[in-house]
Design a protein around this ligand. Structure first.
Ligand code: BES
Ligand code: MN
Length: 456
């Protein structure tokens, strides 16, 4: 192990250069204009994997390509096989004006590397690749077979990867999946995440008059779709922060007393959290702590709200339509299909006859819950401890990684979630960063992990 540790230490500055090259591709999956950048990024990644010594190929899909990269297999190998999943697509960088430096030109300040995709997820998946590089380049035997699956559509729902898993079940058959695409509370609290929230996304449009109308000539005689939408949305949540959709909480698994106690032990307090978020006061479902609310309770968020004139100055109109983008975060044992049905019924009932409701359900994902006491989980906890030098914590996370449920369904494999992002890494926000110590320790954790999982 010492050889590997030395190799990682001696090569950090080159690794940071390589991460910067990886990040310079503006691989924004939500925006069609970046299709070519995603392809170029995928090709760079395949080349990089080959340079490390992996057998890598680019797999075209109906959307962005998937990269498969394998450690060379020994004949009649009885070694365990693990998949390492990551994504090379990133969230849109907008609003650009809030970035202190251009989002796709990596900037290092102190021990942070600022850029879109730095922590979510390029830095985290590159950390695993660097660990494998260290095994190969030091001539150390890797005690497991590994297959990297790095996709380009995670931030838009992983639609094509799900099909790909189905079509390549035999090749991808594995003992477990390893993903670093979540967080940890602090560098002194390395974490194994054992639950993720699911999601159900919607677009609600209320259609009013057949065109924008003069608000003086017609105002008062016709419904304003923007006002109707505000009133409709306001009915979806009560003053205690409870979602009012009938049946919404029916399947919610309550937190056990043991879990509540564990969550309460995590670092941080509400005052610091409030300041960090820049809000005058925290808000959430009554009867739960902030940590419980954002990890183990379901929510409704309005992600976007559009109607009428948004330009400079005033324009006196009644808009022809109003639209909201909504997401519900779901917890075990809620099902997105059931929630879609319940929301559709409730909104249809609430919608006034003065406007026409159009409701489209977008992407959805089941929540995820896995045992933190399995043999693999214990190995992961030892690897975290060895790399970070602190006792790891067990976490539930509020975000979603839709594909983990497909790994379970298609490959019958559980996922180890070993996140390297810090709470102030600004994932999905302006000035996203990745901590270079987390990058280095993540590589070390990955190197230890294969030893621990391989059984020696
Ligand atoms: N890396 C995140 C997921 C995440 C972040 C999980 C922090 C736990 C803690 C991932 O890239 C992501 O943002 N996923 C989306 C999925 C959605 C588009 C279906 C999310 O959670 O919003
Ligand atoms: Mn991510």
């Amino acid at each position: 192990m010492q050889k590997i540790i030395n190799y990682l230490r001696e090569n950090q500055s080159r690794f940071v250069e390589e991460l910067s090259d990886y990040i310079r591709f503006p691989s924004v999956s939500a925006q069609a204009e970046h299709r070519g950048d995603l392809k170029a990024c995928a090709e760079w990644l395949v080349q990089h994997c080959r340079k490390i010594g992996l057998q890598a190929r680019l797999c075209p899909t109906a959307g962005n390509p998937i990269i498969i990269a394998k450690t060379p297999r020994q004949k009649s190998s009885k070694r365990p096989h693990y998949l390492v999943y990551g994504h090379y697509d990133v969230q849109p960088a907008e609003p650009f004006e809030l970035w202190k430096s251009p989002p796709f030109e990596p900037r290092i300040a102190g021990r942070s590397l600022f850029a879109r995709g730095a922590c979510d997820n390029k830095g985290q998946n590159l950390a695993h690749l660097k660990a494998v590089e260290a095994y190969f380049k030091t001539g150390s035997e890797l005690p497991c077979d590994l297959t990297f699956v790095i996709e380009g559509e995670e931030e838009v729902g992983s639609k094509n990867l799900a099909t790909f898993l189905k079509q390549n079940r035999a090749e991808l058959h594995c003992d477990a999946v390893v993903i670093s695409d979540t967080g940890m509370p602090s560098p002194k609290h390395p974490a194994l995440t054992y639950s993720l929230r699911g999601i159900a996304a919607f677009e609600v449009t209320l259609h009013g008059p057949s065109r924008d109308l003069h608000s003086g000539i017609f105002g008062g005689s016709v419904e304003n779709p923007a006002m109707a939408l505000c009133q409709l949305l306001a009915k979806l949540r009560d003053k205690n922060g409870r979602i009012t959709v009938p049946g919404f909480y029916d399947d919610v698994a309550p937190l056990s007393a043991y879990e509540k106690k564990q969550l309460a032990r995590l670092p941080g307090n509400d005052k610091a959290y409030r300041k960090f978020l820049g809000v005058p006061q925290l808000f959430g479902e009554r009867g739960f702590t902030s940590t419980e609310r954002r990890t183990a309770r379901p929510t409704l968020e309005i992600n976007g709200l559009t109607s009428g004139y948004q330009g400079e100055g005033s324009k006196t109109i009644i808009p022809a339509w109003a639209r909201a983008k909504l997401t519900f975060r779901l917890v075990p044992n809620q099902s997105p299909a059931k929630i879609v049905k319940a929301v559709r019924q409730y909104l249809s009932r609430l919608c006034p006859p003065t406007v026409r409701l159009e409701l489209t359900a977008g992407h959805g994902a089941e929540p995820y819950l896995v045992s933190p006491t399995s043999r693999e989980a214990q190995a992961a906890l030892r690897a975290l401890k060895a790399a970070f030098g602190y006792e790891p914590v067990l976490l539930r996370e509020g975000g979603s990684i839709p594909i983990v449920n497909d790994f379970k369904k298609q490959l019958r494999a559980d996922t180890l979630l070993l996140g390297l992002a810090l709470p102030d890494d600004n994932a999905h926000s302006p000035n996203e960063k990745f901590d270079l110590d987390c990058f280095a320790k993540g590589q070390l954790m990955s190197a230890h992990l294969w030893r621990e999982l391989g059984g020696n």
